[in-house]
Design a protein around this ligand. Structure first.
Ligand code: SF4
Length: 364
């Protein structure tokens, strides 16, 4: 029986952050109840159809924590028969209005990993991102999770946000390190069309591209000095705390996503649920999205990882090593310090990660 990753999307948020284009809506108690019921039914229907276990469960959003601990536990319990005994079970949380009991209830249901939206430890920066809680609230939520026995905690940090400087970023990174969390995701702000930030970009006092690149390098270096090592373009973990679920995406492994806007990759096929809550309630089938997992896609995803693309794994999957043409092109970027090559394979350097889209377009 094969192992997959299981992703459950909770499409609710208390309010919309001005930079976000994820699928999420506001929901009252009756909508949250209706959704939890529909999701539990759908987990059973979809997983009964597949002959597999999930060795990772990731409940993301939106803001899963708006469902409350009881409903989240019911959802985890409904997935438990389909989970491997040592499954990594992650719930994304927005620290706003969470209690110590919230984390105790989640821990009791088997949740062993929390991903929390910090974005910045500087409250003025947090406010400009539309975040409702201050950094003290985030700190207390982390301590409550740790006291409940959930020590595998990831904090999200945003880079290149309005008025961010090396000094404010240093404070944010110190904040993360001082809390002892073993994992950080650090994303450079991207202006997505249709968002408030996209419309107001000229008045946001955003760091320019060079300044954002410096903030990125500062993050990589600071976290590494503190034993939180970069293992993917935007992800950093202490040894053994890398996100098992997200590594499945970058390793082109199989995963099933359930909920509006959730994507899947199973048996070589990609498919997704429409961004439509009512269609989901109505039992809409996922939309086919073509086939996936060919060498180009695999190489592109693997090169997001610090480990890079390996000859041995490529040979196992595709029956051939990394093609010579690709090695030759990579050598050109290695001369400029953007890539590294050795007998194991090829990989982007930190400097290369900053230009990954252009480099990948060239070598693939
Ligand atoms: S809480 Fe997360 S998902 Fe919700 S609007 Fe903000 S960034 Fe988007």
């Amino acid at each position: 029986m094969k192992n997959i990753g299981l992703y459950l999307h909770i499409p609710f948020c208390r309010s919309k952050c001005p930079y976000c284009d994820f699928y999420s809506v506001k929901a009252d108690a009756s909508v949250r109840e209706q959704y939890a019921t529909a999701l539990k039914k759908r987990i059973k229907a979809e997983m009964d159809d597949l002959d597999c276990k999930a060795d990772t469960l990731y409940i993301g959003g939106g803001t899963p924590s708006v469902l409350g601990a009881e409903k989240l536990s019911e959802i985890v319990n409904s997935a438990t028969p389909y989970l491997a005994s040592d499954a990594e079970i992650t719930v994304e949380c927005n620290p706003y209005a969470l209690s110590a009991d919230f984390f105790k209830t989640l821990a009791f249901s088997g949740v062993n990993r929390i991903s929390m939206g910090l974005q910045s430890a500087n409250d003025a920066e947090r406010r400009s991102l539309g975040r409702l809680s201050d950094s003290e609230t985030v700190k207390n939520a982390v301590l409550d999770a740790q006291n409940a026995g959930i020590t595998n905690i990831s904090l999200d940090v945003m880079l290149g946000i309005p008025r961010q400087t090396e000094k404010t970023l240093a404070n944010t990174l110190d904040f993360c390190v001082s809390l002892g969390v073993p994992h950080i995701s650090a994303y450079i702000l991207k202006l997505e069309e249709g968002t408030v930030f996209y419309r107001k970009q000229n008045s946001l006092a955003l760091p320019d591209d060079d300044a954002a690149a410096d903030l990125y390098l500062q993050t990589c270096e600071t976290l590494e000095r503190n034993g939180i090592t970069q293992y993917e373009i935007s992800n950093f973990g202490k040894h053994g705390f890398e996100s098992r679920h997200n590594i499945k995406y970058w390793n082109c492994d199989e995963y099933l996503g359930i909920g509006p806007a959730a994507h899947s990759f199973i048996n070589g096929k990609r498919f997704y649920f429409e961004r439509d809550l009512n269609a989901f309630y109505g039992g809409a089938k996922p939309v086919p999205d073509g086939s996936g997992g060919d060498f180009t896609e695999y190489a592109m995803l693997r090169l997001r990882l610090a480990e890079g693309l390996l000859h041995s794994e490529t040979e196992k999957r595709f029956g051939h090593k990394i093609p010579d043409e690709m090695i030759k092109k990579s050598a050109f970027f290695a001369d400029k310090g953007f890539m590294e090559l050795d007998g194991n394979g090829i990989r982007l350097t930190r400097k290369g990660f900053l230009l990954s889209n252009s480099i990948l377009a060239e070598i693939l």
